[in-house]
Write a protein of this length. Sequence first.
Lengths: 863, 334
Amino acid sequence: MTKKLLFILSLIVWGNIALAQSVITGIVNDNNDQPVVGAFVVVKGGKTNAVTDIDGKFSIPAPAELPVTLNISFTGYKTQEVQVYELSDEALEVSLIEDGLLSEVVVTARRRTETAQQIPIPVSVVHGDLIESSGAFNVNRVKEIVPSVQLYSSNPRNTGINIRGIGSPFGLTNDGLDPGVGFYVDGVYYARPAAATLDFIDIDRIEVLRGPQGTLFGKNTTAGAFNITTRKASFDPGYDFEVSYGNYGFVQAKASITGPLGKKFAGRISFSGTQRDGVVENVSTGKYTNDINNLGYRAQLLYKPSEKISITLTGDDSRQRPDGYAQVVAGVVETERAPYRQFNAIITDLNYTLPSQNAFDRKIDHDTPWNSGNELGGVSLNVDAEIGPGTLTSTTAWRYWNWDPSNDRDFTGLQALAKSQNPAEHKNWSQEIRYAGTFSQKLSGVVGLFWINQDLKIHGTEESGRDQWRFSQSTTNTALWQTEGLFDGYGIRTESSIESSSTAIFANADWEITKGLHLQPGVRFNWDKKDVKYDRQTYGGLDTATYAGSKAEKIALQTLKNTVYTSQAYTSDADEDNITYLVTLSYQLKKNYNAYATYSTGFKPVGVNVAGLPTISGQPATDLAVIKPEDVQHVEFGIKTAPTKNSTLNVTFFNTDIKNYQTNVQSPELGVNRGYIANAEKVNVKGAELDANIRFNQHFSFFTSLAYTDGEYVKFTNAPLPLEETGHVNEDGQQQAFKDVSGERLPGISKFGASYGGEFTSGALKFLGQDSKFFIGLNGFYRSEFSSSPSPSKYLNIDGYSLLNAQLGFRSANGLSLFVWGRNVLDKDYYEQLLVAGGNAGHYAGVLGDPRTFGVTLRYSSN
Amino acid sequence: MKTFHQILLIIWALSSAALTFAQGDAVKPIDVPVKNIAADSKGREHDNVVVITGVRFAYPLIQKWIDDYNKINPDVQIIIESRGTNDPSKYDLLIEAYEPEETIKKNREFVYVARYAVVPVANGNSSFAKTYSDKGLNEGLIKQIFFHDMFADKENEVEIKAPFTVYTRLQKAGVPITFTKHFGFQQKDVKGKAIAGSDEHLLKAVLRDSTGLSYFPLSIAYDRTTGKPVQGLSVLPVDLNGNNKVNDEEKFYDQLASVLEHLEEKGSKNHNVPIEYLHLSVDKNNPNTKAVEFLCWVIQNGQKDLHAFGYLLPAAARFDTEKFEAFASQHIKQ
């Protein structure tokens, strides 16, 4: 009897064990009852997962504790959540519904969650997975995915982000101007365009809003905005680890971990580090320059005291320490100066030859090291509280930027412009409070208050070397130019600062007048104040007071020194207020066809010159210390369509007129070799854009974006001379510094731009013993020829070019991914930008596009 | 050998304890008073055993009938097979909640014993419940909320401010079939999170989620001891007369009795509360006579319990007792 009892008990034991090892089986079908092969089945919050087989079946170990949640996903279908409360002998039958994701891309551009196809704003959305798989790790790469975006960066400081060709003046950055493209990360305004050169850390998506957005955002969106959303801290544990290796010693590592830190707290820590060897050889030192050396961290602490309140504390720090941003002489122009002042004559006299006549040999011999210490970071506190029918959001941020460069801006191995660097420290506080929501069935909107205080301090140095005399020599009637040590070590040290405050109140509403007809008015009040202090003092060079020569020679030598640098000091301040508005009328013509028309005005704050003023008769032109704000008038017509459930097709036409366009004027005067800002009376940009996406089936998807942009100076009578006209003398024999470029094209704008791409994704495969999918993707970018000179030049034009990127490998949403990627796989030589060397001797340098790069990425993710 | 079995015994004890511990916060057994005895063909060899299976939301009502029946027929053992089975050889009586297919009608003798109504519900703490307990739902809104509809006219969709999460049954079952069919859809068309489990599990899921929304038969949605909606649950009024609005006289969901009264009164003129029959069946050719006897008793005595358990009385035209009793007379041993 005892034996029998024990035997029965033993059976129960194995029954228990069997139960503990139970499995959940199921079959996944589509809406037509066809099996979905390769669907991912993931136990939420756990490590186990499975992939459906050729019959759509899956089997997954059941945890001891029920209920358990399964997430079942497959490209092209809505993810289905199944909560398993009891185990059954019968397989679970799960139906996946084809998703209309193409028309349901979620955006927060209007500060509330909507779909991209719903909102009457031309918006491009780039998701984190596309960014990651295409090897795009900063905004400079994103411009190849959104052709309406232009980014010109000769180094992180001198970075300008434009949308549709406008936003920032072309050339070097002047800190006295506000950018026209707002850069927002999780609602925090990033004041410095240098942020665009930093590695993305844990990006969920980037929304690029085209056209003025001042009634939705706190600051500086006359041309558009980048609204970047990062991945958030989550109570569901998850992690991602990624490492990439590529040619030129490319190594990139990324990591992100998130999870609960208690019942009401969750955290997320993210890291990104990138290194790459230089791609330009300095034949003088034997070192390769233009390397990449980036590190970035981000940490988030989420406190969720209730379902309706979320408080997130975020800290981030990113730093770059590259030997980088060297520009290579790309050509020499014959100016209208006397023959002895031409670049080739100068370097012949100095017994110098360029290391190469072809910039794409990627060789330099620069004698001043190129360094670009760039550090950005900050802390922000974001509070979201659901109150009534909307959400009240408060975003408080403190941010900093430290810039420590070393440049060789004569772009040669000569000691002409030995030093040209503007280390800077920038700090800002900002506070935004806004309330956004849906207030009735017919009314939704946002109202907000934004305040920012910025403090920028610049400690600039411009210094000539022993060869400067020949570049500066403007007469041949005296031998004093060659006086030993006249310009050697002669320079200016600048201490300048800008303190600025900006306050804005903005509101934007969406009112459904009748069925399908929406009126969306918006208004913005803006107040800006800027205080500038500028003080530069000369130093070094030959001490003319103790020079062993006659008094006349001493005076003459000092006069020569003054032709290069003079001391200059001024203060200026400006404040301005303005009201701008927007009216949009949109109408849903029929299902999935939304048409809209917008008229809006915009305002870019008053500009202050903080990089020195040109001199007129030896005196600073203080009337140029403050320049007028920009007034923008913008008209847009567009239609957003979803011709089929798997495709979208959006078209928009726009016309933007800007009065008092703030531009950068490049001067041959070395004291202002970084340029000074001025107003062009009026510019116009018009164009059309088309965005199309289609997903044929589970395996094939394609996208294309086309942009036609035509920008011109409608009126700009005092434009700087293009490089080749330097030294121009009019019919009356008077030296000319300006010309009328009215009717000529704006710099940096290609008439045609295109991005296109496609991807094939396989069904489920086994790769390295785990469930995965094979994918192969190609994406290309094309832009037509464009001007790279503020005033149109015969020479400083960049030919159109195409780039092709490719990636293929195995991808797993939850597990190991391994893929290879190539960027610029056809190894196209191209310039990103051309820049005139200081002093306008006739040579200009190019910012070289990267050569072909390729590598392999290994990623391990757990959702 | 003895030692080996003793070791197994210890392992069993430890593993049972471990499993019990591991399931500490896990789902508790369903609160349905059923005798959960596995049915097998041997059981059916005994003349006095009747095995019942089928839709689980009806088990409380069936159990009540069993209990009452056993008071006068204590020798008959009627067992509810709660895990369900598709094998007709393993049950005698089948409870179903949707119109039987023709093949089933051919092989089984059935009787419609009750009607059940399916109503939309929301977690009582949800802002959705607060809004729509007053506003109510019309047909368009119900379709918009609950169903994937690629042909839906998005232009006419109403903006819903209150967050909500739809929960539905995963497995094919009577209530979801009835609910979806009424609105012209199939069960697979229901949006939201799917629950692999019973209606009771679905109820748990909705109560756990402060944005939860679902649909239930009255027998699940109402607490029969209080006659009010289950604590934490709001039953949402719907447009019954089809005028696209929810009038004040259509808001009667505080008390189960009131709901039953209105729905029975409304009858076929009701627009947006799906109502379907619950029927019991036995094998037409070789029925368990004890099962037939039990079913006859149900026909004679079961109607009085329907309202208390959340069921509507069957329409007289469908409650065909004579047909079944004629069938019974052929099989019951006199």
